[in-house]
Design a protein around this ligand. Sequence first.
Ligand SMILES: [Zn+2]
Length: 328
Amino acid sequence: MIWIKIKYRFYLYVHTFLFQLGFANRLLKNRFGERIIVFHGIDETGETKYNSRFHSVQFFEKFIQYVVANYNVISLEDFYAKKFKPNTLNIAITFDDGYLNNYKYAVPILEKYEVPATFFITTIQNKANYLWPDFLDLVSFYTSKNEIIFENNLYVKNKKKEFVFNGVSLKNRCKKLTFDELKSIFTIFEEEWEKIQKKPLEDYWQLMNDTQINLIAKNKLFTIGSHSYTHANLTMIPFEEAKFEILKGKEILETIGSKSIVEFAFPFGSYNLELVNYCRNIGFKRVLLVDYNSEKDQRIAALKSRFVMNPYVGFEMQILYLLKGKYV
Ligand SMILES: [Zn+2]
């Protein structure tokens, strides 16, 4: 196992070096295929201290320039219709969560290079103008509290600035709850959130409003898809609640964009086949994951996995991993 790791690291060093020398195209010419990429947030600097989901606008533009120049970038609809070019990498670009920063930083770049993309939007806005995972990341980072009580359990902050009870982090506990069950975290960290809202941190939590979502929906380059109603982990909450999350998110987006929404991405990539069937029954044609639960799920045409962009690897390595289709 260790030998494989060393060998792989060596392979990556050599490849990065050759890549920097400009041998990339020849070196990687047999590594083509199809990938659906998922980005989350874009900000000015690519800050990773609050969470692991942000790329800088500079990285994003460099990446878009590179893939447009070297590969075939197509819409999600064309990707599903297999409008692929041979001997190249065929890419569809998606964004999860519905951050305002997508509208602010990514949209102008995508328009500049005429690159199609799909935005999977969480439609929680009538309950809160942020997602609970972003809220929890930011308050955990900034709070001076060392312990809190949630569901009558004492959570203690560890060195990674996570609140933990009995080996389970508050975030992982919240992933098992519906929005209404977890929303007491908003009261626990009310003071911290007041302060955070006054800091220039809106790129890390603010979601698009209806006007911005509508502008994206109207743009011929882009499509909007649903990312559920409140970003609950749909396999962990009761089935009826999960169905409501899927249906309500679709209905709200259809009202905002005045068109039917046929694309859905599971929050946290967490799915099961009952939920996939429900999605298809209510009219979702394209259902997106991160990883398949099993190999046989790959045979479901509506269901596709995605390659998650990683802000911790540099540009060259990111291209190499993308070509490889995985990080290991
Ligand atoms: Zn998400």
